[in-house]
Design a protein around this ligand. Sequence first.
Ligand SMILES: Cc1cc2nc3c(=O)[nH]c(=O)nc-3n(C[C@H](O)[C@H](O)[C@H](O)COP(=O)(O)O)c2cc1C
Length: 185
Amino acid sequence: MDLFEAIRTRRSIRRFQERDVEEEKLQQILESVRWAPSWANLQCWRFVVVRNRETRQRLSDLSYVESFFAPLGYKANPAKKGIAEAPVVVVLCADPKQSGNLWDQPYYMTDAGIAAQNLMLTTHALGLGTVFVGVFDEEKVKSLLNIPAEIRVVGIFPIGYPLSEKKEGPDRKPLSELVFNEQWG
Ligand SMILES: Cc1cc2nc3c(=O)[nH]c(=O)nc-3n(C[C@H](O)[C@H](O)[C@H](O)COP(=O)(O)O)c2cc1C
């Protein structure tokens, strides 16, 4: 699969088969993350790889944050089931001290976001699926996984073989709404 095809056909996958993820595929995913660009090449990201069934279930439970979802009328994070059923869950963490902070722009989030995209595209190119889960109870996730206080948890990524073929996902804004020529507006 070439790069553009991977970018164009990747979709958030939220339900998974029981089938295990081969260790070499997982290593390839992690290797692709290792090569992401970062502020001053400081590589602020760290990953906790979770295969334990009970821990995956706990992470799934922690993906519901009432104050965020209840006003939207959601009873669960749409990715909740997937976190419990995917054979591998990668928890993306970042150390803000190992990145830049320029004019109130915390670049650890940028670094982690780029790492996340490498993870998602490689996962997809290998015939697997994942979803960026950004809503979860961070303090409880940290306590569950023994993550130090100064580290931020940026995302949770269930990884596995998709339960079904995913069709087209939500559409995107047209370029005419996104791109300006020479000057804004
Ligand atoms: C930073 C970030 C946080 C996200 N958090 C969640 C989440 O908590 N639960 C979920 O089901 N999807 C989550 N998503 C997935 C988006 O809803 C999804 O990427 C978007 O709707 C576009 O769909 P697509 O990925 O299939 O193209 C998140 C995506 C990003 C980039």
